[in-house]
Design a protein around this ligand. Sequence first.
Ligand code: GLN
Length: 284
Amino acid sequence: MRSLIKINKVKNILENHGIQDASREAELIVSFSLKKDRIIIYRDDPDILPGTEKDIDNIVSRRIKREPLQYIIGFTDFYGLKIKVIHGVLIPRPETELLVEESIKIIKNIRNNEIKVLDLCTGTGCIAIAIAKYFPDIIVYGTDISNNAIECARENAEINQISNTIFIAGNLFEPFKETILFDIIISNPPYIKTSEIDNLQPEISKWEPREALNGGKDGLDYYRKILKLAKNYLKPNGFILFETGEGQAEQIAKIAEEKNYSIYSIKKDYSGIERILIIKLKKN
Ligand code: GLN
């Protein structure tokens, strides 16, 4: 069968199963299976061999069970990097690129030597790796409570030929035992309210790891935990950068102020949602 006909068939099946971006996903599935660029497919409309057509049908049958395409293909793009994703590890989101961007801006302004960066709840390691790639002379640490996540993060560093990341399994700061002070502590922690998880689209609620989504009753558990401990791991002029869920930034800012931090800035994402919260230690 010709590629363009197949793309159209796949698109219709996906659409009939309520998948939103059916057209783009159909193109992705066919181009991934043919190992050919989308542009080339549109130019040449190559014939699909029966074996490859079977591969495509297998992907489609997984996808209509609402498994995220990134888990099926095994990769996603993040900040220009190819990031491997596996079941049990959160799929990097486009809005998290903003957290990388803001972190890079802050790091550029730090004047001391031996800058140390920590990414808590690192997951695939996408944030740590993107920053490490931008600053090859800086060591970027990443921790995650999940061993699988840490393994995935290490693999991602290797895939992207990054050698200045250190990924350690452990709960938040636990691997460091107050022996290191960081210039920047970054985190995109789990921030969904427990009661809201089941209302999310099935790709998330059925397929992504709960432990990477669940932020507790009000969604803010991890921010509280991190702010409680971060003082012991932050240089006096250091920064904390959080990604926050919709409507959370003000609440977290309040918690931070109560815990003797000051708010440096709040940044909105491209949809106008307050997405990044930048915090400093209060000067005494
Ligand atoms: N920091 C990782 C990411 O942004 C994982 C976040 C998480 O597991 N909640 O993709």
